[in-house]
Design a protein around this ligand. Structure first.
Ligand code: NIG
Ligand code: FE
Length: 411
């Protein structure tokens, strides 16, 4: 089975995250992992590997008892933007709320002004350090949203920047069109008119240039109503795009239930989600993407309904929500830690949340998110003695190798 492998990692412990492997974390000890053509082609115990035969064709890489996990997947980011909102952080510490700042024209709209003024090349340059930070911690796939352009030209520029980042970095990018993020100033008092633009011009343009895999909406009192979001979902479906939703972050408008009814890949945030919403998500296989960084940074106190999500077996993904306003935190390892400390997930749930379930949240469960024969060879080799370390310890990055499509990349 290791015949014609190009590379074989030997003496590895594997946290496969494969539910077919009947052990916590899908653990397999003392393994060899063979890769060919960018894919995992063999995972077997060292005793099954004929080293003499394998070393003729393959590079042997000695993991020396380290742990291999699937590459980490950050399934919700807004990492392409210009400007920063550190001054709003100060305002909030002096008593202003996130909603108040948004209603006064700050918040998302202040990032929109800065982003509209940037060229595609400038956006790429400004975003590269944030992407670097994620990759350095083992991220091999990142979702990137638009949503700070809010015009056809500026939204497409954000997506072009995401595409350039994908072309120039060893990372997979899933691009999401978040046209319905906030109402741009020129549509003041005409949210329906702006949604017309999103549905009739923006979505078709992004789809025809193949710049987006999915759409997203911000379903909230300070953003768009369920009826407006539904129009976006219909347009997305008509163009064969996946669906995400920012839902139930600050109030309960039943946006997750609505998104699930359109077969959404994920509903995200969810602090205000109720049992009917959880049931709807379970019924449609919609992933709950939890964002502990935004919960922490906005000093929220209402927890997402973790027990209900467990009860109805809704898969939980964990992501950074990396953005300038509510989560300027470019660390998926920190999010794993916060998912445990703030949301009481187990370290195993946290690791599944940044691998298998995150893959599903991007509609990519068939190709990434686990160590399994036939999947892409996106992996991380860690110097740890147990996978729980990835969520418990923070600040000492234990990565040894980051592997994308079978290639060892510099970290
Ligand atoms: O996911 N909720 C809406 N959007 C972002 C915040 C964006 C911003 O404040 O710039 C979020 O939290
Ligand atoms: Fe977000």
């Amino acid at each position: 089975m290791f015949k014609r492998c190009e590379k074989i990692w030997i003496n590895a412990n594997c946290a496969t995250l494969d539910p077919n492997v009947d052990a916590p974390y899908g653990c397999l000890h003392d393994q060899a992992v063979g890769v060919r053509g960018g894919q995992i082609v063999a995972i077997a115990s060292m005793s099954e590997l004929d080293l003499n035969l394998s070393s003729e064709t393959a590079d042997l890489i000695d993991a020396r008892g380290g742990w291999i996990t699937p590459g980490l997947i950050d399934a919700h980011t807004h990492l392409v933007y210009a400007g920063n909102r550190a001054r709003e952080f100060e305002q909030r510490l002096l008593g202003a709320s996130y909603e108040e700042i948004a209603r006064q024209g700050g918040g998302i709209l202040s990032t929109v002004a800065a982003t509209r003024n940037a060229t595609v090349d400038q956006l790429v340059e400004l975003s590269q350090p944030r992407l670097n930070a994620l990759m350095a911690e083992g991220v091999t796939t990142v979702e990137i949203k638009s949503g700070y352009g809010l015009s056809v030209a500026a939204e497409l520029n954000m997506l072009r920047a995401a595409k350039q980042l994908a072309e120039h970095n060893p990372v997979r990018v899933s691009a999401t069109l978040l046209g319905a993020h906030a109402l741009p100033p020129e549509f003041h008092d005409d949210a329906d008119g702006y949604i017309d633009l999103v549905c009739n011009e923006l979505i078709p343009a992004a789809a025809s240039e193949a710049l987006a895999n999915a759409v997203d909406v911000f379903c909230e009192n300070i953003a768009f109503s369920p009826a407006q979001c539904e129009r976006v979902f219909r347009a997305a479906r008509a163009h064969g795009l996946g669906i995400h939703a920012h839902a139930e972050q600050l109030s309960n408008l039943h946006g997750a239930e609505l998104a699930a009814s359109y077969g959404a890949w994920s509903a995200d945030h969810l602090e205000w989600l109720d049992e009917a919403g959880v049931r709807a998500m379970a019924g449609q296989g919609t992933v709950a993407t939890l964002l502990p960084g935004a919960f922490y940074f906005l000093r929220e106190t209402r927890l997402p309904p973790i027990e209900l999500l467990r009860k109805y077996q809704v898969p939980m993904a964990i992501a950074t929500d990396l953005n300038p306003g509510s989560s300027p935190l470019a660390s998926l390892q920190l999010m794993m830690n916060m998912a445990c400390t703030l949301f009481r997930l187990t370290p195993e749930e946290a690791l599944a949340g940044v691998t298998r379930h995150a893959a599903r949240a991007l509609g990519s469960a068939q190709s990434i998110g686990m160590l399994r024969e036939g999947l892409e060879a996106d992996m991380v080799l860690w110097d740890i003695s147990h996978p729980a370390e990835l969520a418990s310890q923070f600040g000492v990055n234990p990565i040894r190798q980051r592997i994308v499509a079978g290639e060892i990349t510099h970290v």
